[in-house]
Write a protein of this length. Structure first.
Length: 214
């Protein structure tokens, strides 16, 4: 019984730690690319929530003793919340491996390629003659910049702007930062740790899998 409890605890720890480790691995890889990488804010939101959802799911399932209805109820609630809170698809982006000044310059060049005159005010680019503004916010620790479109006709503008700023980003050459290496090291350590917890239970797990296959 004790062995089963230990294995169950190890599996729970692995279920919580592994998605977070994969998230840090993705951050490390995104910040190690030779060019800035752009994601829709919606995709970035989904990746973040998928990584940390088990942190909340596992304790809830333990509380309800993993009853038959608990798992679908928890997953359904999380999915509904994610859909409700996720940013719009076509007018919000997160650019990784870039500084705020570089993101501003890339956005300005994209707007000039669109033939859109603009004014810069603080952390915003305001399109002249249109009720559209580009808002910028930076997270230096993750080395990313978020870009949000506010105003009218966001979807149409967003589709045109995304293609042009993506083209601008491909012309920016970057190098891997110490933070990118740190993310990769954290991810590696977090992926190895659960395996260490399960190492002494490996023969039992192999036996269970073998029995299921026969």
């Amino acid at each position: 019984m004790l062995g089963s409890e230990q294995m169950s605890l190890a599996i729970q720890v692995a279920a919580v730690v592994a998605p977070v480790a994969v998230y840090f691995l993705l951050l490390g890889l995104l910040n190690s690319r030779p060019n800035p990488q752009i994601l829709s804010a919606r995709s970035d939101f989904i990746l973040l929530n998928a990584a940390f959802a088990p942190v909340f799911c596992v304790p809830v399932l333990n509380y309800f003793a993993a009853s038959a209805w608990a798992l679908p109820a928890v997953i359904g609630t999380l999915l509904a919340a994610a859909v409700a809170l996720a940013p719009r698809r076509a007018s919000n982006w997160v650019v990784y491996n870039i500084t705020l000044p570089a993101a501003f310059r890339a956005a300005e060049r994209a707007l000039m390629a669109m033939g859109e005159p603009f004014d810069r005010r603080d952390r915003s680019l305001l399109l002249k003659g249109k009720g559209i503004a580009l808002k910028f916010s930076a997270m230096p620790l993750l080395r990313n910049v978020s870009i949000y479109v506010e105003g009218d006709d966001q979807a149409d503008f967003g589709q045109k702007f995304e293609g042009l700023i993506t083209a601008q980003l491909t012309g920016i050459h970057t190098v891997a930062t110490p933070m990118a290496v740190t993310f990769l090291l954290i991810a590696t350590a977090m992926l190895i740790a659960p395996l260490g917890l399960l190492a002494d239970r490996m023969p039992e797990m192999v036996r269970i899998i073998t029995d299921l296959m026969h």
